[in-house]
Design a protein around this ligand. Structure first.
Ligand SMILES: *Cc1c(COP(=O)(O)O)cnc(C)c1O
Length: 498
């Protein structure tokens, strides 16, 4: 696996070609001179078809992905993406629809979106849904901009603070700050809930709203959610729900029923549209009737004069567009297929199994990896990478060693309030056999940590590249091929191995 393969540019040689084009048998027609390029085409590799296919196939096999590996990345809900969804999304009527063909020629697509809006509203207890946002983070921005428009509409523009618990995902405070708000942090208590006294102390006439994740990022159900919502509403604020952890409560709790005013759904998490490199995301949003007039448009509704037909519309006080057209439509098709395939009972089963799987992992690992908070967990468990008898071992070492066992590591060092956090989200689509194999690997790693810590510090051992300088990769990414730079890096890597 770790044999050296030169990058594709180094296979290039002048005159190599990957296709057989027939000889021209029609008269050539020249392109207008102004459309011709004036300088020579440079730096495109010339290659044969096998070289190109092998290059990309090899790269694809280096990727850890849900199609090959258990992927317990906490907070990300890396559940299986059923292949049926891909077939439905590829139906020509969906795949070839042009966004400019207009409502009259898009009735099937509009019908699907109208139905999906209704399904998401029903599942979450909201009155209205917009499918526009392209990701959870964009759904957050949509929600906070809607909050601002709502307060302005009521003449309460002095509200300039958004409260965010200290356990929140980084996108929450980032969203509030980008929308121009002052972020006020609320602390968590020893049980992993929002500290109600701290919340009371921070609510004021300046409060525009609170952003709350439930289940929260410690994998725990926020036990005072109704009380929190009541306190925020009494102060004149609104409650934003970060719905990234919705996978734990489908068919069990409706966020709209427990006091949330607005929420984003991560269709690429809970509703299993492909994630990360697999495709664009979708961060549809739902809200109460009071906030619906401010949602981004277009949304979809049945025509008043002919309920068998559908039309796009923009809500009357809309904050405007968050994305072109109706958002990432192909993802809407996949999420709709998922919901329609499972039905209400199937969705509830998803959450019950996801919670059961996480508690099974928690119960079998908690004696070796200390729990962040000693409670039953929801769909994910947060442990600490602090192994008794192995003082030099850190969470990062454990995560890297898991790669040698063939597993994608869990989320590490998040949430920030848990030291050495290891956040494991098995999801409902994994079998007991897979969970057991993962648990055995985690236990073997703990054992090894005590007797052979070096094996962990030097992990991963079997990958094409070993431990990366992740900070440098993020700060100084090398995104273009540069033969000289590549040669230098290779020499440095080889010197390290020697
Ligand atoms: C994933 C996630 C987000 C952001 O969602 P994206 O779709 O990645 O933008 C926000 N909050 C939590 C808790 C998440 O897990």
């Amino acid at each position: 696996m770790s044999t050296y393969e030169p990058p594709i540019f180094e296979y290039s040689a002048p005159g190599k070609i990957g296709v057989n084009l027939p000889a021209l048998d029609v008269p050539p027609t020249g392109l207008p001179a102004e459309l011709l390029r004036s300088d020579a085409l440079s730096a495109l590799p010339e290659l044969t078809e096998p070289e190109v296919i092998r290059h990309f196939t090899r790269l694809s096999q280096r990727n850890m992905c849900i199609d090959t590996t258990f992927y317990p990345l906490g907070s990300c809900t890396m559940k299986w993406n059923p292949k049926l969804h891909e077939e439905v999304a590829r139906l020509p009527g969906f795949a070839n629809a042009h966004p400019l063909q207009g409502d009259a020629l898009s009735q099937g697509a509009l019908a699907l979106m109208e139905d999906l809006q209704g399904l998401l509203a029903e599942i979450s207890g909201f009155d209205a849904v917009s499918l526009q946002p392209a990701a959870g983070a964009q759904g957050e921005l949509t929600g906070i901009l809607v909050f601002r428009a709502y307060h302005q509409d009521r003449g309460e523009s002095q509200r300039n603070e958004i409260l965010v618990p200290d356990s929140a995902h980084g996108t929450n405070p980032a969203t509030a700050a980008i929308a121009g708000y002052t972020v006020v942090e609320v602390t968590s208590d020893a049980d992993g809930n929002v500290d109600l006294d701290d919340l009371r102390a921070k609510l004021s006439p300046r409060t525009a709203g609170l952003m709350l994740t439930n289940p929260n990022t410690i994998g725990l159900f926020e036990q005072h959610v109704r009380e929190i919502a009541r306190l925020v509403h009494d102060a004149g604020g609104l409650v934003y729900g970060d719905g990234a952890n919705f996978n734990a409560i489908l068919g069990i709790v409706k966020p709209g029923d427990v006091g949330f005013d607005f929420m984003h759904y991560n269709l690429h998490k809970t509703f299993t549209t492909p994630h990360g490199g697999g495709g664009p995301g979708s961060g549809a949003v739902g809200c109460t009737a009071a906030l619906a007039p401010f949602l981004p448009g277009p949304r979809v509704r049945r025509c008043a004069d002919d309920p068998a037909r559908f039309e796009s519309f923009v809500p009357e006080k809309s904050i405007g567009r968050m994305k072109t057209f109706h958002g990432n439509f192909g993802m809407l098709v996949r999420a709709w297929t998922y919901i329609r395939t499972l039905g209400a009972a199937g969705l509830r089963d998803v959450s019950e199994t996801a919670v059961l799987n996480a508690n099974y992992v928690q119960a079998r690992l908690r004696h070796v990896y200390p729990l962040a908070v000693d409670r039953l967990c929801m769909h994910e468990t947060v442990l600490r990478g602090q192994i008794a008898g192995a003082p030099g071992i850190r969470t990062l070492d454990i995560a890297k060693r898991l790669i040698d066992h063939g597993f994608h590591p869990p989320t590490v060092y998040f949430p920030l309030i848990v030291a050495e956090a290891l956040m494991i989200e098995p999801t409902e689509t994994e079998s007991k056999r897979t969970l057991d194999a993962f648990i055995e690997a985690m236990l073997a790693i703990a054992e090894e940590a005590r007797h052979d810590p070096l094996a962990l510090h030097e992990a991963p051992h079997d990958t094409p590249v070993r431990r990366l300088d992740e900070v440098r990769a993020a700060r100084q990414p090398v995104l273009r091929y540069d033969a000289a730079a590549f040669a230098r890096l290779r020499e440095a890597a080889l010197a390290e191995v020697r």
